[in-house]
Design a protein. Structure first.
Length: 128
């Protein structure tokens, strides 16, 4: 092969492989509160008002998110398409401080996590 053909082949391979590399998640553990997404954005809450409030919002259809102490919001997602059941998975922890491990994905300014494990934080903090 000529040098130019090799360079084009390498460039084409890099362009094709780049989107795949960007879609790779990173196994991560995060700590934070399970909070109603609207409260995190619209009311700028740092933690839920109460577990009952977070549960009521989730049951009304508002997505639950994980809000870390430094203000990073993680959207729970499913590795399957279509994604279902993420609110139901977080509902038992609504308004509580949790430790979550899973694959974290970033796109633009957003972060999402495919939850492998979720448990109440050892510090036992609750909202309200």
């Amino acid at each position: 092969m000529k040098k130019l053909e090799i360079e084009i082949l390498i460039l084409t391979s890099t362009i094709v492989a780049a989107p795949t590399a960007l879609a790779q998640g990173k196994l991560t553990t995060v700590k934070g509160y399970v909070i109603d997404s609207a409260c995190a954005f619209v009311k700028d809450l740092k933690k839920p008002i109460s577990s009952e409030c977070a549960v009521a919002c989730a049951k009304a259809g508002s997505p639950l998110v994980i809000l870390t102490d430094n203000g990073v919001i993680y959207w729970p997602i499913s590795a399957q398409v279509p994604a279902t059941g993420q609110n139901e998975r977080l509902l038992p922890f609504a308004g509580q401080r949790v430790v979550v491990s899973g694959m974290v994905y970033q796109k633009g300014g957003s972060r999402a996590i495919v939850i492998n494990k979720i448990e109440r934080s050892a510090d036992g903090a609750r909202a309200g």
